[in-house]
Structures are given as structure tokens and as C-alpha cells.
Design a protein around this ligand. Structure first.
Ligand SMILES: Cc1ncc(COP(=O)(O)O)c(C=O)c1O
Length: 384
């Protein structure tokens, strides 16, 4: 991990995943919440591109209570890490996937009476109850039963002999920018929960809050779990987030190397479409990474990278395998030098939020867009 040991690093473009920071983040988030709140670690989409196996193993070690994944493929990969860890599937199952609930001991999200019947049949066939979390749509308009109909669906679950109600949850649509509507969603959820006869909230997972939701989570309430994705990776859900007080650290950084340095005269057009014309005689560095690695093409002519601790602007269009940057003001750049796309070099940092802004996207999407050809290198020590 030594920035200066370029000659022994074989990679052209790689991501570094700081598992020790991940563990510290989980502990910090937990410490910022009341002690009874359980921690649902959201590790879908290959743990937001960080790598499901390594990430989940470290989160298990750090004390996550439940893992949430998007689909059966992710859940079965996670199950390889061992039996016993509760796993919640957040997306609906396709009918032919139902059997996986029993085979891999997974909890399903329920949004409809049809799902109640299907999952009850799985429990009947395997001879033990299938765990389900009832999802209530309080205004996201995506998964879940509409909140007014939730008590009836909950009654069906409780009456199904081969189902075990393990949780009830909702998802906020705009917790980062609409406090009024988030409060309305909370209220709808609490009111639906209160009308779910026979449910003892203290005995199941009651959860609503993702990273942004934590900002408005009430102290005393039936909510007894949080569902955290982005913040555990050390990324704030928006720039002015109060969650900065939790002091999580970035887990992910993104790196490449200089492949070629050359001089070009003023007026030269750079890259496909010649969208940048050099304003002066320039020194440019050709980087060993492009959109084939996860530098979005939308970042063309906008993003900056760090070389020798200095910011260097991207010139022209990002291409599949190369990106061109201006190093005229950075003396001594050579083939092989380390380049930071996201992360810190010396005293300077490019955050994933900045990188994402340059590409008109959000950190969630940036992380999911780092491609398979980018190796993830894991830093495991607890040392700082
Ligand atoms: C249902 C659900 N819960 C929780 C999360 C975690 O959200 P965040 O990454 O903002 O913490 C997501 C993320 O997409 C989600 O879809």
C-alpha cells in the first residue's frame, strides 16, 4: 500500500478497500445510536462494489445483526460464509426462486397476499417456518403493501402456519432532502404498525432508517433497527449531513498509474471528438484507466485526479482504457507514477462525492460502476 512502491505494484487500475476502517465505521455508527438499536448491514450489489465476501466477513466480526441483500444470487454467495447469519432479501423473489428460502435459510420481504401463500407453501414443504419481513409502502411507491392495507396483510402472515414474522419495515423516498415528507412516512408507518394486531414490536426487527434516515430517527420509538449501506462505507449521504459528527472514514479508494507522458503543442485537440483544444503548449499524462474501469464518460473535461499530491484536470473525453490529464504544472511526472482518482494523496483528497458530482451521479452509482477488471485490494489491519 506504499504510494512510492510503484515499481513492485503490478496493477494498472485498482480499488483499495480498507476493512479496518469499515469495522471502525460500524462501531462508530453503533455508538451514535441508542444501545438497543440493532444493525442491519446493507451489502447488496457486491457490498456497494467493495466485494461481498470480504466486506460481510468483516461486518460479521464487527457485530452486524442482520445482512440485507438484493437478491437470491447475492444471498447464496453470502450464505457461503456460514450458517446462522440472518439474511434478508430486499427484492421480490421470482416464483422459481422460492425454494431458496428454505435451502439457504433466508428471510423474504413480503408485499402481497400472493407472496404470503407462496412462502407459506415453502415452509409447509420443508417442515419449518420461513422467516418474513412485512414491507409497508409509506410513500416510496416501490416495494411493500400500501400502508392502509398493511394490517390486513400482517394478519394473513400471522395466520399462516408456516411463516414466522421476523420484521416489519418501510423505506423512505427522500430522507436527504424532504424532512416533512419523511416525517409523514414515519407517521404512516407507526400508525400502520399500531393497527397490526398481535404484533409485539420488541420481538421483531422494526426498521426504516437508511443512512440519511438516521438524521431524523426519533430517540424513543418502536424502531429498533437501522438499515445502513452508504454510511458504513464512510460516505455521507449528502454534503451537509449531520452524520459528519459520527466521523466515519472512507473505506474505498480508486487508483491508477501514468502510462505515458508527452508534450503537445497549443491548439492540439484531445481525445475522441476533440472536445478539448489545448490553450497552451502542454504536458499531458495518459492514465491506464477509462470507462472500462469505472471512470464515467460523463466526467470528461470535468473531473480531476491527484498526481504527486496535485490536482490535474481531465482533458477531453474519457475513453475505454485511457484518460488524459494535464500535468503541465506538475514537474517530473513519469510513466508508472501513482494516480488517485478517489482518495487521498499527501494532503489533498478527492472524495467520492466530488468524483460523482463531476459525472452527474451519486456515490451509490459510482461504487456500483467500478468494473470487474478492477482488482479490489484489501487492507485488513486494525492499525491506522
Ligand atoms: C431498502 C433499502 N434499505 C436500505 C438501503 C441502504 O441505503 P443507504 O445506502 O442510503 O444507507 C437501501 C439502499 O439502496 C435500500 O434500497
Amino acid at each position: 500500500m506504499n504510494q512510492n512502491s510503484n515499481h513492485i505494484r503490478p496493477h494498472r487500475c485498482w480499488a483499495e478497500i480498507d476493512l479496518a476502517a469499515l469495522e471502525r465505521n460500524l462501531r462508530l455508527i453503533r455508538a451514535s445510536l441508542p444501545a438497543h438499536i440493532r444493525y442491519v448491514a446493507v451489502v447488496k450489489a457486491d457490498a456497494y462494489g467493495h466485494g461481498l465476501h470480504h466486506t460481510a466477513a468483516r461486518l460479521m466480526h464487527a457485530g452486524a445483526d442482520l445482512f440485507a441483500v438484493a437478491n437470491v444470487t447475492e444471498a447464496t454467495t453470502l450464505r457461503e460464509l456460514g450458517p446462522g447469519w440472518p439474511i434478508l432479501l430486499l427484492s421480490p423473489l421470482l416464483p422459481e426462486e422460492d425454494g431458496c428460502l428454505a435451502e439457504y435459510d433466508l428471510a423474504a420481504t413480503v408485499s402481497s397476499a400472493e407472496e404470503v401463500s407462496r412462502f407459506d407453501a415453502v415452509g409447509r414443504a420443508c417442515g419449518r417456518p420461513v422467516a418474513v419481513h412485512l414491507k409497508i409502502d409509506t410513500g416510496m411507491g416501490r416495494l411493500g403493501v400500501w400502508h392502509e392495507a398493511a394490517p390486513a396483510l400482517c394478519a394473513r402472515i400471522l395466520a399462516a402456519p408456516h411463516l414466522r414474522l421476523a420484521g416489519i419495515f418501510t423505506h423512505f423516498s427522500s430522507p436527504d432532502d424532504d424532512a416533512v415528507f419523511t416525517a409523514e412516512q414515519r407517521q404512516r408507518f407507526l400508525s400502520a404498525l399500531a393497527r397490526c394486531a398481535g404484533v409485539r414490536p420488541a420481538e421483531i426487527f422494526v426498521h426504516a432508517d437508511n443512512s440519511s434516515g438516521l438524521e431524523s430517527m426519533p430517540g424513543a420509538s418502536p424502531f429498533n433497527a437501522v438499515r445502513v449501506g452508504l454510511l458504513q462505507f464512510g460516505i455521507l449521504p449528502h454534503p451537509n449531513s449531520m452524520l459528519a459528527q459520527v466521523h466515519t472514514e472512507p473505506v474505498f479508494s480508486f487508483h491508477t498509474r501514468v502510462g505515458l507522458v508527452k508534450q503537445l503543442p497549443q491548439g492540439t485537440g484531445i481525445s475522441y471528438g476533440r472536445t478539448h483544444l489545448l490553450q497552451r503548449d502542454s504536458t499531458v499524462a495518459i492514465l491506464c484507466a477509462g470507462y472500462g474501469d469505472g471512470i464515467p464518460r460523463a466526467a470528461s473535461n470535468r473531473a480531476q485526479v491527484l498526481i504527486h499530491g496535485q490536482r490535474c484536470p481531465v482533458l477531453g473525453r474519457v475513453t475505454m482504457d485511457q484518460t488524459i490529464v494535464d500535468v503541465t504544472d506538475v514537474p517530473g511526472v513519469q510513466c508508472g507514477d501513482a494516480v488517485v482518482l478517489v482518495g487521498r494523496q499527501g494532503d489533498t483528497e478527492i472524495t467520492i462525492s466530488e468524483f460523482s458530482r463531476h459525472a452527474d451521479t451519486i456515490p451509490w452509482e459510482t461504487l456500483c460502476s467500478v468494473t470487474k477488471r478492477v482488482p479490489r485490494l484489501y487492507r485488513t489491519s486494525l492499525g491506522v
